[in-house]
Write a protein of this length. Sequence first.
Lengths: 335, 331
Amino acid sequence: MTTSAKKPLSMQLTSMLLSVWNLIKRIPPVYPVFVVIMIGVSQLNPNFATANGILLFLRRSSPLAILAMGQMFVLATGGFDLSQGSLVTLTVIGSSLIIYNNESAGYTAILIMLGIGIIVGLVNGFVVSFLKVPSLIATLGMLLLIKGGGLYWTGGAPKGYLTENWRFFGRGYIENIPVIGRFPSAVIILLIVGVIMSILFYKTNLGKQILAIGDNARASQLSGIKVKRVRMVAFLISSILAVVAGVLIGGYGGTSIVAGDGLEMQSVSAAVIGGALLLGGRGSLIGAVFGALTLEAIFSLLNLLGLPKPFRDAVQGLIIIGAVAYASITSRRRD
Amino acid sequence: MTTGTISAKNLKQAVQAIHIPPVYYFLVIITLVGITLDQLFAKGNILSNPVIMTNILVRSVALGIVAVGQSFVMIGAAIDLSVAFTISLTAVLASQLMQGDPARVPMAILIVFGIGIVIGVANGLIVTKLNVNPFIATLGTGLIIKGILNGTFANYKGSVPKSFQSFGYDSLGPIPISILVLLVVVIIGWFILSRTKFGAHLYGVGGSREIGRLSGLRTARIVTGAFIISSLTAVLSGLFIVSRLGSGAPWVGPDGVYDLESIAATVIGGTALAGGRGGVFGTLAGVLMFGVIDTVFNQLGVDTYLKTVLRGAIIILAVASYSIRSGREAA
């Protein structure tokens, strides 16, 4: 009697566990990984778990999160944008040259840089869509153009410095907020960009068209999507967001001619950790943001563990390989 | 057809018969334009001074060797971003292991090539067995090598013996040894691609991994083979660089942007990013084009930063000039 009663129970239990496991498998791995790392970080440094600690962490991560959102748009169409990092650098050194210690030119500088960002995005999109150059090569060429152009413009070293009103976006605070006291302006920018991008990606046709193009450009074209235009918009978004990220990075860290070095690879990594598929067809905006937060959390963790800085690279390498391998293994099983 | 009738049509047929990659026309045009500019606006040294001509070639050796390996990977529809750090690792390890002692040279060379094979196998297995996109896989292995390298070596370490520097500086008669090595690598590459079973299979797998698999090819082995070749050429480039410098430092690879430049040279040379098409002679022309451009800019005294700008523009325009005619959408 007891055994017969137990058996269905254990079977029930296993089937319940199986369905729970199926549910777990459907959660993108980036979220549990992020939570685990954050718990680790807050164990090592209790300040991290406070509201202020989290806000500071978000402030530090917002440039990469913004870059990753832009990169995700391009990745989802099946392309790459390798010119992001050089555009960040150009924004920082270009702005300090335009401002030239003149406080009143701060906002003009941002507008000019946004204009340059729009031009860069349009050229990237034009070269890929109309000259049919693969985006890897097109944006690599653009990287050299921007890098060389920026250094030529400034004479190889940053000139002038960034005034306080320009730097406010990256390192300023909105004061006198109830409960938490003050709120970093960079996080507000991140939230604004995040909301606009989610509306674009999840609530408009653009988002669906981008994924459709990444999945099968020919089929999308035949079903009436203006493939060239959508691709150009994706590159445009990526470049504009790179300028926004540049303003935050310059505000946080000041002028430097290496401000944006390597950020394009970090943003690709973040988007891919967040579930974007290289060569297109799949991408998640929230995933890209959490991918960026995960990378930054890992960097914080390595810092707290006292590992020398170069090992960051090695760990980043291991993690992106692991994340993509995990994603490809689980998606193969689902097919 | 009787001999001696030289018409435009015959010439066209003859040219088509030997399959000159279109990049050679660019190379000729750019060289001619460069020489003209040099005659008009500079001292005209490119024509009058043979040393400059040789320097164009020597300058192209490091990029040329690694670009041959990159061509293999790209024909197989993959990409290898780890070569720059493989070059650094080789340069640093070689000088560290040799310590200026000629007797240790063979041992050091064996070890670095062994490490090259390990890197190639790792790349290949990650791509084929774990199904990771090659861009991410080799970006990841590159970062791992970079991290280990920068975490262990901070500066120039050790040195290579004088005898080893002959690889970088000596000549056999009028021709520098390094150029001979580049030519040998290109010819071996051409031979493997067009005269062996592995080469034919690589084109097949690059054209379509799925069709290759269905026709019974061991696709994983073939792609891994291409990655091993790529890593080995990167090691050879690293050895050439360290023989020129005398000592290796962790930044020699990334400073030369060998990863992205070898990809650009390969694509300019006519190898499709999507795989299945291309060859090493085209790649060689792409590399030489970079060499000619650099030399012409130097002669003309173009600003370093403007040089970078022009380089970017030329890469885009060169690839655009033949991609624009393709019916396929690029991504």
